[in-house]
Write a protein that binds this ligand. Sequence first.
Ligand code: C2E
Ligand code: CA
Ligand code: CA
Length: 595
Amino acid sequence: METSQVSHLTQLLEDAHAVIKYQNSELTSLLESKSQELEELLGNIDQIIWYINSQTLSLQYVNHAINAVFGFTKEDFLTDPTLWQQRIHKDDRLLVRSFFETLIPGASQEICFRIHRANGELCWLNSRIYHNEKLDLFVGITSDITQSKLQSEEIAFLAYYDPLTMLANRSKLKLQLHSRLDHSPLLPFCLIYIDLDNFKNINDTMGHEIGDQILIEVTRRLREMTSDDQLISRFGGDEFVIFLNNSDSVYISDFCIQIGQIFKAPFTINDVPFFLSSSLGISMYPEDARNCEDLIKHADTAMHEAKKNGKNQFVYYHSSMQRAIHNFLHVESLIRDGLTHDYFELYFQPLINAASLTLQGFEALMRLPHPTEGFIGPDTFISVAEKNGDILHIGHIVLQQACDFIELVQRQYTEPFYVAINVSAKQLHQVSFAQELLDYLKIRAIDPSYLKVELTESAVMGNIEIASTQLHTLKDGGVHISLDDFGTGYSSFAYLAQLPISTLKIDKSFIDTVCDIDSHSHIVIAISNLAHVLGMSVTAEGVETEQQFNFLVENHIDTLQGYLLSKPITKEKILYSLTTSTPFFLPEKALVYTI
Ligand code: C2E
Ligand code: CA
Ligand code: CA
């Protein structure tokens, strides 16, 4: 190459270099201004934007947002590129490391982990991270999700725990049971359903605050006697369910006895001692059921059986209890049919004056003639109706039909008579019961002396204050009162003398054996004397034989009722007898029945 050529080439190279140099500085300043712009932009957003070396995980870049979240400056992190790792909660470090190890290049993925802020506070972070393989970088955007995490934890807590006692709730127990059944379907276990006896009374009379404190103390005592593999849950109110990882009946019975023991000491709240006991029902897996809903239901059923048997005891579930429930539900549906289709019908059993052997009145007894199920007696449906509240509705029907009957008989029969209706405890304990009854008689224009109310001793003595008010209202309104099934309950003589009762009705069980058992004949005579001393009359029900009849007449029983005289019969039969003067009660020698 010639010298001139070389120098030309050198010149060209120098020019090119100068051009490149010029362009480079232009580019650098362009780049610098762009990166400043970017920095300003990124500096104003809340999320942390960063990238780290994908091999060493050392921090290469981070925006200012890291400041507010970690409590360290951006510069702190850049001077010590591993600082961010040191702030990760120790339990989450492995999680974060394996996240980076498994992150697929080109894809972005999310991770949640905890860090400690500079002041030591725990903080939840959510990062979306991208692996740029070409640049050897992990690039990420991170946000502080502590607030929403806490909220969702609180929601999760409320969803699965009872805030008063901090015990697991029904949902949590079910969750645990489901997982137990999924993972170890062959391992047996049992559930114990606990219901506090008479807790409602304390809650109602002493207020919910005292009730809450008692529940907290019950929880404390239960916790003290249980171990980690026994889950205690609260099912709301005063109901607890314990999951026992055991199916040995000796162990379970011991455990239940221990539960009984923790109720021995009084629950002292504000220096006031409260005495409680508990009723327990036990269901076993897999014998009693194979799914958790049925197991809970069966334990509950057994608990109700414990209540029924007198409370303060434990009862193992048995399939016969389920049958009882089915029966209950069946009768309940028959009652509904009866109410919707007007099937209920009162029958009337004559009450005979023992001295004059004349008709004195009738006891109204309810029947449910069902078109497909046949004739259903009160012994089947009254107890169910009392439990589910339908007795109030049935009670109205009784009153209506009794009034219809009184009107009908009055047209045929001019002598005084009365119709005795049976009233159950639930009706009597309705505050407005007596007044509503009197109001109804007024509307129907029926003289109250035509109606008598039969109440059992237990209905009256069960809530003597309410009963006493109701009885006085009835008496003042002119309605007579008879104490039914007398001798079987626990009447206090002091109350008996004070209550406005006009008749004691001796329970049928004494009459049944009045001629066979000496003590029963003595009781009948004693009740008769007691009634007369207190100015009351006395009725004997269930008179079936002439022997009984003679005994009762001889011993000054005022009124007789029983199959010997007449069974309960329809109003049509009674009206037919009254209009045709046909006797409808026996024995015929006792019949001095005239219109
Ligand atoms: P209760 O009030 O003690 O009624 C007397 C029961 O004895 C009636 O049974 C009656 O039919 C029956 N009885 C009367 N004399 C004899 C007899 O000589 N021998 C025998 N073996 N039984 C006799 P019923 O009608 O089956 O009523 C049973 C119970 O159902 C009644 O007992 C009463 O407690 C209740 N009940 C009936 N109707 C009503 C009602 O309308 N309301 C309420 N709350 N309870 C009712
Ligand atoms: Ca009765
Ligand atoms: Ca009776």
